[in-house]
Design a protein around this ligand. Structure first.
Ligand code: FES
Length: 171
């Protein structure tokens, strides 16, 4: 179900970032921060208010991997499948995460807790396989470390007052 989008909030975001046809990326970034993704109704409001076409807006929204047109889980895990990470075992890490979470890459768990995605190269090839979990980079991740990573994130949500789980290995 699509998130309820507040038109007043969208207007404020546009006023903050948009002028003379410039600032669309910043507008979309703030909408995604607010809603966790880019709801279609929000994109329609941006089109109406700025006079940009939906084609234009979807062009930007689909060009950058950081934007999502679907609701994402509370935790976001991204496995690098670029060449260097691939040869170091990236696919095995992705498969281990798919098995553990019960979803395929690109999907979100039914409880809305985890979204799993893949990406092509995060620019840290020598340290691969790289996994980014909730914005934290983890290097040289194998299947066991990936499993532990998910367990740590699950433990965090069970104990919201506790310290964040330690990274397996951060850059
Ligand atoms: S291939 Fe994974 S960081 Fe470059």
């Amino acid at each position: 179900m699509e998130a309820h989008v507040d038109e007043q909030e969208i207007r404020l975001i546009i006023n903050r970032h948009y002028s003379n046809c410039d600032g669309l990326i910043a507008v979309l970034e703030e909408i995604q921060t607010s809603y966790g993704y880019l709801p279609e109704s929000a994109l329609r409001m941006v089109a109406d208010i700025t006079g940009r076409s939906m084609v234009d807006i979807y062009g930007v929204a689909t060009f950058y991997r950081s934007f999502s047109l679907q609701p994402r889980g509370r935790h976001h895990i991204c496995v690098c499948m670029g060449t260097a990470c691939h040869v170091r075992g990236g696919p095995m890490v992705a498969e281990a995460l798919e098995r553990q979470l019960g979803i395929k890459a690109g999907e979100t768990t039914v409880d809305g807790e985890f979204t799993l995605e893949t990406v092509n190269c995060l620019g840290a090839c020598a340290l691969g396989p790289i996994v980014v979990a909730d914005g934290v980079y983890h290097s040289k991740v194998d299947a066991a470390a990936a499993k532990k990573l998910v367990e740590n994130l699950e433990a965090e949500q069970e104990q919201p007052e506790s310290e964040p789980a330690a990274a397996v290995s951060s850059l």
